[in-house]
Design a protein around this ligand. Structure first.
Ligand SMILES: [Zn+2]
Length: 143
């Protein structure tokens, strides 16, 4: 699953918070961070999960990609959402879902919400999975 080559992406950990799952009250966690592509901001991400729910509901992983920095606006960025789910054999599965309705797509950071079909089967998919690999490898808050 992991990329054999050194990953060109580096991450910077940002906010994190704790809460409780609405359905069962178990501890839930949210962590956020930034991904840099060779030193330039490439994406922001948020991961939200509840302990004990990784194999059923799974973890939400939301990305906002595009242009960042001075002179850019939400119109320059787009949201992509995924669900990370632990399968019965212990391996994780990552599924791109419709980003509409996800907090990352509320318009404050990104004007465009991508659907699964906007990502899967396009060159964007490889970039998204490389970014995600970097997050998994470098953000030790998510297991
Ligand atoms: Zn629950």
């Amino acid at each position: 699953m992991r990329n054999e080559q050194p990953n060109r992406f580096t991450i910077k950990k940002m906010d994190e918070s704790r809460g409780h799952c609405d359905c069962c009250g178990r501890d839930s966690r949210s962590v956020a961070g930034l991904v840099y592509d060779q030193g330039n901001a490439a994406a922001a991400y948020w991961i939200h999960w509840t302990e004990g729910h990784l194999s059923d509901i799974g973890a939400n992983l939301d990305l906002v990609l595009g242009e960042w920095g001075e002179g850019t606006s939400p119109a320059d960025r787009y949201a992509i959402s995924m669900v990370h789910r632990q399968q019965a054999d212990g391996t994780p599965a990552l599924m791109v879902i419709d980003a509409h309705g996800r907090p990352a797509a509320n318009g404050n950071l990104a004007s465009t919400a991508m659907r699964r079909d906007d990502v899967i089967g396009t060159p964007l998919a490889a970039q998204v999975f490389a970014l995600t690999d970097a997050i998994y490898e470098q953000d030790d808050r998510f297991f």
